[in-house]
Design a protein around this ligand. Structure first.
Ligand code: TRP
Length: 370
């Protein structure tokens, strides 16, 4: 089969997605985003959030990526192999084009000043409001366990993530919109009660198409239906081969009637900057076999560079840890400043302007120990 489709070299060249970044001012805009370190990133992340982050970074907007490690235990008891997952995430961010010199990557557990905002913020919301959050409700239902205090309050913690780092723009999926609304509410209430400290951030909905898993259901790590960014070419080919399609010979783009076929067409379209309907036309009578081999070819081609860089980066854990350390230092500087503003506004600035970031050290204290 011959094809005229070529993967676009860089994600930020896709014209249909440029609209998503055009309203973010590189001077005043500050993007805060995040992921839970529950497993490797997949094609859905790449097409959705990752590409958007890189595009914003390239447009000159400061981008802060939070590794939301405390959010891992909102709906499960095990933290999982966090150390390797966090390193892997850093490697995948960098391989996708996040530049650690311009953007900031850090785990929120390492920034105490950020976490401290949780206390005043919790006082600004009611229990009823927390219970009404549709995302929390859906997660509690999916987790099939009783609602933990952390699951109920994690949107408040997410507000702390965003407001602590002075985020003004938060690129999110639709499911995260209630959290951004809550963040705005907390900012408003804090300002009304204690004086203007926070700016209300806005959500930036990705213009990227949302893609399904290879089984035609929602792409999710727990369903095992994703194409991980780090999968090998052969592994990708095998996964696409096993993808569900339908028995109709002629390929058409019909998201309602033929969701699985449409999904592969959408993936090809997004990675090549082509309308999915046009991709369908080009395959036409080639049927599912041609569709799958084109999808495999396009995905492997589009991810080749990323996969190579990912492996190189994973071979150097010291470097990856350095990126985290550096990101943590930068995030801490901003978070401490925000905390000081909060404490000043609340009348907690007992020690004047230089409230220490960590407890004051008593001279000679270390030598007296033992
Ligand atoms: N809750 C987000 C998710 O599950 C991750 C996240 C944590 C986040 N902190 C954030 C996203 C701050 C945006 C901003 O995907």
């Amino acid at each position: 089969m011959t094809t005229t489709l070529q993967p676009v070299a860089a994600v930020h060249q896709q014209p249909e997605k440029a609209a998503a970044t055009s309203n973010v001012d590189p001077v005043t805009g500050r993007v805060v985003t995040g992921d839970r370190p529950t497993g490797p990133l997949h094609l859905g992340h790449y097409l959705g959030t990752l590409a958007n982050r890189v595009r914003l970074q390239e447009a000159g907007v400061p981008v802060i990526v939070i590794i939301a490690d405390y959010q891992v235990i909102t709906d499960r008891d095990e933290t999982g192999p966090l150390r390797s997952r966090v390193r892997n995430l850093v490697a995948e961010y960098l391989a996708a084009g996040i530049d650690p010199d311009r953007s900031t990557i850090f785990p929120h557990s390492l920034v105490p000043a950020l976490n401290q905002l949780m206390l005043p913020f919790l006082s600004l919301v009611t229990e009823a409001e927390l219970h009404r959050n549709p995302t929390v409700k859906a997660e509690a239902l999916a987790a099939r366990r009783s609602l933990s205090g952390l699951l109920l309050t994690y949107p408040v913690h997410q507000a702390a993530d965003i407001l602590s780092l002075r985020g003004t723009v938060v690129p999110v999926g639709r499911d995260q919109l209630p959290h951004i609304e809550l963040t705005r509410l907390i900012a408003r209430r804090f300002n009304a009660r204690y004086g203007a400290v926070f700016e209300e951030p806005v959500a930036l909905l990705s213009a990227a198409p949302s893609v399904l898993g290879i089984d035609g259901a929602r792409m999710s790590k727990t369903r095992g239906n994703t194409i991980p960014l780090g999968a090998g070419s052969d592994e990708t080919a095998a996964m696409i081969r096993s993808a569900r399609t339908d028995a109709l010979r002629h390929i058409t783009f019909d998201p309602i009637g033929r969701p699985q076929v449409a999904n592969l067409l959408t993936i090809i379209g997004a990675l090549t900057g082509t309308e999915p309907a046009l991709v369908a036309e080009q395959i036409g009578a080639g049927g599912s076999a041609a569709l799958k081999s084109l999808a495999t070819e396009v995905i492997n081609e589009a991810l080749r560079g990323l996969r190579g860089r990912r492996l190189e980066l994973l071979a150097d854990p010291g470097y990856l840890d350095g990126v985290l350390l550096d990101g943590t230092a930068r995030a801490t500087a901003t978070a401490v400043e925000t905390l000081h503003s909060v404490q000043r506004a609340m009348g907690m600035d007992y020690l004047g302007e230089d409230v220490p970031a960590s407890p004051p050290r008593v001279p000679g204290d270390a030598s007296r120990r033992h």
